[in-house]
Structure formats: C-alpha cells, structure tokens
Ligand binder design. Structure first.
Ligand code: TYD
Length: 234
C-alpha cells in the first residue's frame, strides 16, 4: 500500500479506489503539540474500536461520517475528502485550555454547550480562530461553518445520551470535517484521544489526560470506555 501521509496517531494509505483511503491507527500517544510522545501497545486497536462503535452509532442516527468499512482491528476504509482545515471543539463542562484561559475551575458545568473553531496547524499550536477570520482567510465559507456547528451540536446530543448510558460525562471533545462528493461529513476519529471523558460517579479521568498529566494506566481507562460502549451498544 502506498503511504500518502503519516500523522501523530494515524497513517493514511491509498486504497486503490479513487473514492476512498485506508487509515491505520498507530500506537503512538502525543501531547503538548507532539513534544511528549510514547508508544502504547494496543492503543491503536482500542481507539479504532471505540471510534468505529461511535461512528456506527452516529450513522444510525443520521450523521454522515467518513467510515466505509472496518478492514482489521487497526485499519478502516474511509471516504476520500478534502479536510476542512479547522477543528470544532465542543464543551459541556469547563476543562483544559478553557479553564486556564477563562479562569474557570475544571469540572464547572457550562450553562450551554459551547462550540469554537481552532486552526489545524501543529506549527502554530492549533490557535483558536473565529468565523470572520476563517472566512477572511478562505479556509471555509460561512455556510460551511454554520453547517459544521449544527452537526457538532447534533453529535453532542447523541454522544451525551450515549455516554450517559455508559456512566460517563462527556466533558469536551474535538471534531474534524471533510468535503466529500455528498457534502461535508464527519472525519478523523472520536476516541479518548480526542475527548475528555469522566466517570459519572467518581469523576475519574478515562481519556488522554491520563497521559498528558502523567496519571498512569491510560490503556486501562481506554479499555473501560470500550467495555462500557460495547455493553450499551450491544
Ligand atoms: P482544549 O481544552 O482546547 O485543549 P487542551 O487539550 O490543550 O487542554 O481541548 C478540548 C478538547 O478537544 C479535549 O478533549 C482535547 C480535544 N482536542 C484534540 O483532540 N485535539 C486538538 O488539537 C485540540 C485543540 C483539542
């Protein structure tokens, strides 16, 4: 297979079809914009399984995603898209950069869900960017931004419901979108790498903050998320 692109946590290959790519999930965990990096045997498989369950669930509920089929435990075939170069960050509870920037204690519930955009750029550290800046730079149109925001809010309703059944609080997460033949669709992954997930009873962290903050047993937490999703979606 011809490798087209290698990112921090995934590799993208040609599939032989003009309409799809092959994505392989890697075992690498990164934080601090790539400064902190470690291999975790089995992480690729866990994220692939978690993301596939979530994307299947979203598709069943009418959200269009890039997922075409699962090839093996770390490999999927996805629709070929042009990635929109802004990420959508969705927050239900204050944490991370939001807590730091606005001086709000981590864990404070937000009165409404927030959405924000950040520029996809490792060199620049994914800076926050607003609608008028995005359209001014020609990165996306206002219609595309409105659509991405509305899909993100629908995804949020569906995911909050799903994770609540798992006994998990969906604190915040990042979504990526791509332009396909059928319009804008959800791309990349939804996994404990890209979400903050807290146990509903203990607030124990079940996500990549365990790695970012050197809390240990990251894979145990990812396994627990997968186990709960499997039991709820079975
Ligand atoms: P945020 O609090 O903005 O950043 P940080 O993780 O540096 O505190 O992140 C909000 C959520 O979005 C969090 O669950 C991590 C996720 N996220 C990514 O997965 N990738 C990214 O590039 C960014 C900016 C956020």
């Amino acid at each position: 297979m011809n490798l087209l692109y290698e990112g921090k946590s995934k590799q993208v290959y040609e599939s032989g079809s003009p309409d799809t790519y092959i994505i392989k999930f890697k075992n690498t965990a990164t934080a601090l914009n790539g400064l902190k990096k470690e291999e975790f045997e089995g992480k690729g498989e866990l994220n692939c399984a978690i993301s596939n369950l979530i994307y299947d669930y979203l598709e069943k509920n009418g959200v269009k995603t890039h997922l075409v089929r699962v090839i093996d435990p770390t490999t999927i075939e996805v629709k070929r898209v042009e990635i929109v170069p802004v990420e959508v960050i969705v927050r239900n509870i204050a944490a991370g950069s939001f807590s730091k920037k606005y001086g709000v204690e981590e864990g404070t519930p937000l009165r409404n869900t927030t959405t924000e955009f950040s520029l996809k750029s490792d060199e620049l550290g994914d800076p926050m960017i607003n609608d008028s800046q995005i359209t001014a730079l020609g990165l996306a149109t206002q219609d595309e931004l409105d659509y991405m925001r509305s899909v993100a809010l629908r995804v949020n309703e569906l995911l909050c419901e799903l994770f609540a059944k798992c006994g998990i609080k969906l604190v915040d997460y990042k979504l990526e979108f791509g332009r396909s033949g059928d319009g804008i669709i959800l791309c990349d992954e939804i996994s404990p790498d890209s979400c903050r997930l807290w146990d509903a009873e203990t607030n124990s962290k079940l996500d990549k903050d365990r790695f970012r903050r050197d809390m240990g047993d990251m894979l145990g937490a990812y396994r627990e998320v997968l186990r709960r999703l499997q039991s709820v979606l079975a």
